[in-house]
Design a protein around this ligand. Structure first.
Ligand code: ASP
Length: 420
């Protein structure tokens, strides 16, 4: 038993997920309709994801708002670049999903409960979600209210920290350390849940294959293709923006950033890739240290364009599968929530799946469909993480040009200005 367990532990997460997928197919065929009895297995994982979504979003958002070193002249430019990249990413995702309609090619089991089809009023919905106390958003898993509270805590703490520093006080430090420790704690718990993901994949796949055969799994290929197409379009957008606003040529950017992209793809973690991204920016592409620190470090914390694009597409995809039409108003809400959810997503594998709950909740989509995305996520996570890293790196290069203009007179960088 122990050697088998040791062997299993040595398999990377994506390998386990693929194993779960294969065993799920075999089990599905073997059990047929009886595979329905595996539903509790994927339900448990979903339940755990829900359990962690609230603390993760609260702590990660407050923590990123507090930690990001975004003061100084370039800060405004940086925020504009990050925000506009994320909005473009989401719009690209929604556009591709609306044009290709991947959900119309897929049939998944009907939802277990009734789907909320009540008329949607974005203003009222958001107003209703404004927190009225500090407890119920957490006890009711009300993610929009939790986001509002997290932003308030993060921003107010920044102000308190600045004031206390001016007065030579250090009281803010204990709260900062508490947030830091709580963040690490949630990450540990998140890793525990990820250990269960292969089991959830096995259960979802077995249930699907057992009741409807392999067809729904193959049909999901439409979604994979649509997401990859949208991510590729986003990569082209970065290259175009670089061409227009930076002296780093797209060819030099791709060559210089290759190690970071490869690392992001192989680890599915933009946080783990951070040191490589920084070194690619500074040593290979040749941007100034100031721009690399600001762009890569702040971007790495805040900016998850690929995640935002994916979450928006997933919401639209599931609504198409269910035959629910998301109005423009609802899609606007998807944009808003995907921005916040991508900021709240930690730079670790599968984190986007947890914050996706916020997007689904906002537009009343049944979250029980999120496990159906699990079998695909081992590959889609890698692709979106690569785009997350590419986004940080492209922002860094553009920022470098801005800082060059602002500091005109300071030495220019050789590699960054040589057209290739
Ligand atoms: N894996 C992504 C990252 O590390 C986050 C996610 O979308 O799951 O940036």
């Amino acid at each position: 038993m122990k050697p088998a367990l040791d062997f299993y532990r040595r398999i990377p997460l994506y390998g386990r997920i693929l194993l779960g997928l294969l065993i799920g197919v075999v089990l599905g065929y073997a059990l047929g309709d009886r595979a329905q009895s595996l539903k509790p297995v994927s339900d448990i994982v979903l339940q755990f994801l829900r359990l962690l979504a609230t603390p993760l979003i609260f702590i990660a958002l407050a923590h990123s708002l507090l930690k990001a070193d975004i003061s100084g002249r370039l800060a405004g430019r940086l925020l504009w670049l990050l925000m506009s990249n994320t909005v473009v990413a989401i719009l690209v995702g929604l556009l591709v999903a609306n044009v290709l309609n991947p959900g119309t090619h897929v049939s998944l089991p009907a939802p277990s409960g009734t789907v909320d089809k009540k008329p949607f009023d974005i203003a009222k919905d958001l107003l209703d979600k404004l927190p009225t106390d500090w407890v119920s958003p957490f006890s009711k898993n009300d993610l929009i209210s939790v986001i509002v509270l997290a932003v308030a805590v993060g921003l107010s703490l920044r102000i308190v920290r600045r004031r206390q520093k001016e007065l030579g006080q250090q009281g803010y430090m204990s709260f900062e350390r508490f947030l830091e420790t709580a963040f690490q704690m949630v990450m540990v718990m998140l890793h525990w849940i990820f250990e269960l993901v292969p089991l959830a994949v096995l259960a979802v796949v077995a249930r699907t294959v057992g009741t409807a055969g392999i067809a729904p799994l193959l049909q999901m290929g439409w979604f994979v293709a649509a997401v990859i197409a949208a991510l590729v379009l986003q990569a082209f957008f970065y290259l175009l923006r670089l061409r227009l606003s930076s002296s780093v040529r797209p060819g030099a950017f791709l060559r210089g950033g290759f190690d970071a992209f490869a690392m992001a793809f192989s680890t599915a973690s933009s946080a783990a890739t951070l040191p490589i991204t920084y070194s690619c920016a500074k040593d290979k592409i040749g941007v100034r240290e100031e721009s690399a620190s600001l762009g890569v470090m702040v971007g790495g914390t805040f900016n998850h364009d690929g995640t935002a694009l994916y979450e928006a597409m997933a919401a639209l995809f599931i609504s198409q599968v269910l035959g629910l039409h998301l109005s423009l108003e609802q899609q606007a809400l998807v944009v808003l929530m995907a921005i916040v959810a991508s900021v709240g997503a930690a730079g670790i594998p599968e984190a986007g799946l947890v914050t996706m709950l916020a997007v689904f909740n906002a537009v009343h989509l049944p979250i029980e469909y999120i496990p159906f995305l699990l079998p695909l996520d081992w590959i889609l996570d890698r692709c979106r993480t690569t785009i997350n890293v590419m986004g940080d790196l492209s922002v860094t290069c553009i920022l470098d040009r801005s800082s060059e203009t602002m500091n005109s007179g300071s030495s220019s960088n050789e590699m960054a200005t040589v057209p290739l």
